[in-house]
Write a protein that binds this ligand. Structure first.
Ligand code: SAM
Length: 419
């Protein structure tokens, strides 16, 4: 049983007074109709959660620890085949979740108003989702320990924590709000808005506010969550890996391409430098990638138990002969003959990849239905090596996704029939 300490009573007060996120008013209009999905949605990201397993629509037991005002209802509505449990400290956030449950006839979601670490379950979960939560705990390890103990052996956890790079300038500005001991109220919200608006347009905190957190700034709960939080931690990927390790967990995959791309920075570097980078320990590579990409407001990772490290695509070499490749979400592809122009909108990068050999159908590479060995059947040995190197480059830089099984087209799951 976790005692209600200051950390938990602060969080309960904040998220009761300012429910987060800005609540979804009409789930059908705002999510289903627009084919929007949560990045942790098990149908959408099955190939990232379990690249070693073929897609299955069989029922999963899913826990959302710290579900906020709408996350549990959205996921339950979009995945009627799975069972969901949502836990949150904030009664008012859960009140909104309940409203969404009622309005949308959701039958596969149970809610608990508790510190999730105090809730005991008889059965373990296939999948635990905790987004923007453990970095608010005074000891995040207690959250990870709970996840480990409540996860099935082949289960996975989606965790989002704040990174410590891109938020650096804003954190410096926040020192002022801390020194002034600003309370979480309307006057402070106004004060914060005014300070941010007066910053030099080139101040990195201003750039950050106007790009990354524009949506949060449009809503009082977003401003409190971002600028006036009393409990928050920011991580380097190395620190996160260490924290996971202490709780017998490892990163299995990334849930998006924000911080991982690396080889694109060295593609034209001398061989000696490329080799040096290639031979670095994975933790060092990820640390460098986090700094070079500078896109870590959120670090979204998919984790598994350390005993299943052999299923991690981060710690193991990809067996190219066995993979199916798939378009990366957030990336746009423009195919023109043997060339594909790739616009990675997540990292603001443009690539031009040339599959000069017209024995390759570029659409097949993006479709997730054929093994790449099959796609490359017509190629000579040297052409195949060249082709596989391009595929590896695209995977490393998060402009191509993959699985060891055919990738289900997640969009088909969103033709959810509603009232
Ligand atoms: C930033 S919000 C994120 C909400 C949701 N996960 C999302 O991504 O939209 C953090 C939520 O976690 C909840 N929370 C924080 N610590 C918790 C704990 N120990 N047990 C249950 N809920 C907690 C807060 O009440 C709040 O609603």
């Amino acid at each position: 049983m976790f005692m209600k300490n200051k950390n938990i009573s602060d969080l309960t007060t904040q998220y009761n007074n300012y429910i987060y996120p800005k609540p979804t008013e009409n789930l059908y209009e705002e999510w289903i109709k627009k084919n929007r999905f949560q990045i942790c949605d098990p149908n959408y990201c099955w190939h990232r959660l379990w690249p070693e397993k073929p897609y299955s629509s069989a029922r999963l037991d899913i826990l959302i620890a710290g579900c906020g005002s709408d996350q549990a209802a959205i996921l339950a509505k979009c995945n009627p085949n799975h069972n969901f449990i949502g836990i949150d400290l904030s009664e008012n956030s859960l009140k909104h979740e309940k409203k969404l449950i009622k309005e949308n006839n959701i039958e596969n979601l149970k809610l608990y108003c508790e510190d999730f670490r105090s809730v005991k379950f008889k059965n373990k979960f296939d999948y635990i989702i905790s987004s923007g939560v453990i970095h608010h705990l005074d000891d995040p390890s207690t959250g990870l320990d709970y996840f480990y103990k409540n996860l099935k052996d082949d289960g996975v956890i989606y965790i989002m924590v704040y990174g410590n790079k891109k938020s650096h300038a804003t954190n410096e500005v926040k020192q002022l709000f801390k020194k002034l001991s600003l309370k979480q109220n309307d006057d402070s919200i106004d004060f914060v808005k005014k300070i941010i608006s007066k910053l030099n347009n080139l101040h990195p905190a201003k750039v950050f506010a106007e790009t990354e957190i524009k949506q949060d700034l449009s809503h009082p709960s977003g401003i409190v969550d971002f600028f006036l939080h009393k409990n928050e931690n920011f991580y380097s990927i190395k620190e996160l890996i260490k924290l996971l390790k202490n709780n017998n967990l490892v990163i299995k995959n990334f849930a998006n391409g924000r911080i991982k791309p690396l080889s694109k920075f060295f593609s034209d570097a001398p061989l000696e430098i490329r080799k040096k980078v290639e031979n670095m320990p994975i933790e060092d590579k990820l640390e460098i990638a986090q700094s070079l990409n500078w896109n870590d407001r959120k670090i979204d990772v998919i984790c598994c138990k350390t005993k299943n490290k052999n299923n991690s695509i981060i710690y193991n070499k990809i067996t190219l002969e066995k993979i199916y490749t798939y378009q990366y979400h957030g990336v746009e592809y423009q195919i023109n003959g043997t060339e594909v122009k790739i616009n990675d909108k997540i990292n603001n990068s443009i690539f031009k990849m040339n599959f000069e050999n017209n024995k390759i159908n570029i659409k097949d590479i993006l479709d997730g239905k054929k093994k790449i060995t099959k796609i490359s059947l017509g190629l000579s040995d040297s052409e195949r090596i060249n082709f596989f190197n391009k595929i590896l480059f695209m995977i490393d830089n998060c402009i191509l996704d993959f699985s060891y099984h055919p990738v289900a087209n997640y969009k088909q799951f969103y033709s959810v029939k509603t009232n």
